[in-house]
Design a protein around this ligand. Structure first.
Ligand SMILES: Nc1ncnc2c1ncn2[C@@H]1O[C@H](COP(=O)(O)OP(=O)(O)O)[C@@H](O)[C@H]1O
Ligand SMILES: [Mg+2]
Length: 387
């Protein structure tokens, strides 16, 4: 797997991005720009696996040749027809490969595979990335992400990383009584220096490392999508599971987060408004993002809350092959959140804790989690909650 940054004339960029998005198992999009200056500055902050460059932009911007020639990432150039000077430009920028507009579709993936810096070695076992998503807020994403992470980490004693990707309004840290000195923002600002990442991970419980959201909403924009690609790449090297508590909606970093997931648990509640927005999300995943059917799983939260909509209605409307159910638990989750102790720890025998535990078992079994001790623990700095 590798990340690609696209810089191209607008329509062409869209077309290339759509093509690459249809290969989520190979490619992660680190960014798309239609200005070379923007691309060069963003790629300097966070290095992509490969830069896919439209020669039309290069032809119009000779100042860019030097920075591109010195760039630490490989470049694949796509050129127009009958342009002899293009080959010269390709050599000047030290492009690793040259494709043409006519044949790019047939050759692009092979070319990128050949040239890109891989996110992680191909034959290495990497952890499974599970996103907890919903287009709506307030449906239980954080509740599920936190308790599922704890349950997964206790199941087979495998290391689990939990990333709070609700960058503006994340509340994973308080739900686990954490008050971290460093957040995902500090990691991103260092272009994902592994030491800073280690320092930013806090350990509320054995086998669980947490990377908190920025301290203030306005800092959310400091997290570049390409930094997220690197963070997830590093964390999945030594965690059996990387769970992401996603933001609602389709902001760019959130979409990259979704692309990086092996499994997207999409949370729905039994009410018409949420069903509608979740239905739209499922169509988007299928039609526009081209996610494999098995990647997207539906979680119906707060069942039994007498809303007049039952499981059968939901599966009839949303037609998802996977549907997990989590019962409504009255004030239990709020109480647990107020105390900063996950209910799977505080009240493991409760119906909701048991349902989350069995979801964790199912996911763990699917990932073949029977051989323990396979995952080397990252030398994370253990910082107990400050309170
Ligand atoms: N199964 C459930 N039963 C009862 N309350 C729940 C359940 N799931 C979530 N909640 C409550 O719903 C509210 C929203 O949950 P939260 O996890 O913060 O949602 P999100 O992250 O989607 O915004 C919280 O007060 C939480 O305690
Ligand atoms: Mg939340």
């Amino acid at each position: 797997m590798f990340s690609v940054y696209i810089v191209a004339e607008k329509e062409r960029g869209k077309e290339w991005a759509a093509f690459l998005k249809s290969r989520p198992e190979d490619v992660v999009l680190a960014g798309v720009a239609d200005s070379l200056a923007t691309a060069i500055s963003e790629c300097a902050q966070s290095i992509p696996g490969v830069l896919l460059l439209d020669d039309d932009l290069l032809r119009a911007s000779s100042d860019s040749i030097l920075p591109l020639a010195q760039a630490p990432y490989p470049i694949v150039l796509i050129i127009g027809p009958n342009d002899g000077a293009a080959t010269h430009r390709a050599i000047q920028i030290k492009a690793k490969d040259l494709l043409t507009w006519e044949n790019w579709r047939g050759e692009l993936l092979l070319s990128l595979e050949k040239t890109a810096l891989p996110l992680y070695p191909r034959d290495k076992k990497v952890g499974r990335v599970i996103g907890v998503f919903s287009p709506k807020g307030g449906v239980g994403k954080t509740t599920v992400a936190v308790n599922l992470s704890v349950a997964l980490s206790q199941k087979h004693h495998d290391p689990v990383a939990l990333i709070d990707l609700d960058l503006a309004f994340g509340d994973v840290a308080p739900m686990l009584s954490l008050n971290p000195a460093l957040t995902i923002r500090d990691v991103s600002l260092t272009d994902v220096d592994p030491d800073t990442l280690n320092k930013a991970l806090t350990l509320p419980y054995q086998n669980l490392s947490v990377l908190a959201a920025p301290a203030a909403p306005e800092q959310a924009e400091d997290i570049l999508p390409s930094a997220l690609v690197k963070i997830v790449g590093l964390l999945r090297e030594d965690h059996a599971f990387v769970v992401m508590d996603m933001a609602p909606g389709y902001e760019e970093t959130n979409i990259i987060g979704l692309d990086l997931c092996d499994t997207v648990l999409t949370i729905c509640t039994p009410d018409v408004v949420t069903l509608r927005t979740v239905g739209q999300a499922l169509s988007l995943f299928h039609d526009d993002f081209h996610y494999p059917a098995d990647k997207v799983r539906l979680v119906l939260n707060r069942t039994g809350s007498h809303t007049g909509i039952e499981r059968n209605d939901v599966s009839a409307i949303l037609k998802s092959p996977h549907l997990y159910e989590l019962p409504s638990a009255g004030s239990q989750p709020v109480r647990a959140a107020n105390q900063g102790i996950p209910f799977v720890i505080q009240e493991p025998g409760s119906a909701l804790a048991r349902a989350i535990s069995s979801l964790a078992s199912e996911l763990a079994e699917e990932s073949g989690r029977n051989e323990s001790g396979r995952w080397l623990r990252r030398a994370a700095k253990t910082r107990r909650p400050s309170s």
